[in-house]
Design a protein around this ligand. Structure first.
Ligand SMILES: [Zn+2]
Length: 273
């Protein structure tokens, strides 16, 4: 599943290659994604110019020349790619194809169809249920020790479950929560309200670092967003995630695996308290 770093990677690629391009042609199979994929809306993109590429949580926002915005979410298996290089072959999972005034066409592909591809007016964008009540961005200055301390105050919920709560902070997925808790030496099951200020400050710093490092490496999942073939290098650097039973990189004790709020959780019983 694309996590925040992968979405950020796609966003940056789109900022470089899509912004400034005008749509000359539009095709869709109209198959339902997480919500209806409107052929009328897709065809109405012809003539629009992409003015910008932004990310909010794991949503991609593309302001258009008409004042409308294209909202894209990659869901579980979605991808936004240019039809060239390694992605040159059309697939049965292509749901939208946009011809552009310059360069290869842009394709939205999504085998499991949990994504979103919507064209919204300014009002619809403001009212979008997807963008309402989103927590803070983890890489923003707003996300600091004070913020997390306040959010955790009096909470007996495990810290890891709280980090995965998108109403508090967005985009800290399972992998990043596990990795940053290991780096901060905090056990994932620790009641959130019991973590001291210095440890919280360390956790915040580790979350930012783990996300930033993953963005620098092009994300965690093996995915080839621009056909460059060097995506997903972060996966090779995981300390605990997916390493149940293997030796801890610090103390060599086997990494423990526990299901917490329905999510697989990896940690070291010696290094994390
Ligand atoms: Zn250890």
């Amino acid at each position: 599943m694309p996590e925040l770093p992968e979405v950020e990677t796609v966003c940056r690629a789109m900022a470089t290659h899509l912004v400034g391009r005008r749509v000359t042609d539009a095709w869709t199979d109209g198959l339902r994604l997480r919500e209806v994929l409107s052929p009328t809306a897709v065809h109405s993109l012809v003539g629009e110019r992409f003015e910008d590429a932004r990310r909010r949580a794991k949503f991609l926002l593309f302001p258009l020349s008409s004042g409308r915005t294209l909202l894209v979410h990659l869901g579980m298996t979605g991808n936004l790619v240019f039809r060239s290089g390694a992605n040159a072959e059309p697939s049965a999972h292509d749901h939208v194809l946009l011809g552009l005034d310059q360069g290869p066409p842009l394709v939205y592909a999504d085998p499991r169809r949990f994504g979103l591809f919507q064209v919204l007016t300014a009002t619809q964008l403001t009212r979008s249920k997807w963008l309402k009540s989103l927590g803070v961005e983890p890489l923003s200055t707003e996300f600091d020790a004070d913020f997390l301390l306040t959010a955790c105050q009096g909470r007996s919920r495990p810290i890891k479950s709280l980090l995965l709560d998108g109403h508090i902070v967005v985009g800290v997925g399972n992998i990043y929560a596990s990795e940053s808790l290991f780096a901060a030496r905090i056990r994932p099951t620790t009641p959130a309200g019991r973590i001291s200020r210095p440890r919280m400050a360390r956790l915040v710093a580790e979350i930012k670092q783990v996300l930033q490092r993953s963005i620098d490496r092009g994300g965690t999942t093996i995915n080839d967003y621009l056909g460059s073939g060097d995506g997903g290098r972060f996966q090779q650097e995981l300390a605990v995630y997916g390493r149940a039973g293997e030796g801890c990189i610090v103390c060599d004790k086997p990494i423990a695996n526990k299901v917490l709020s329905g999510r697989s959780t990896f940690y070291c019983t010696t290094c994390q308290h």
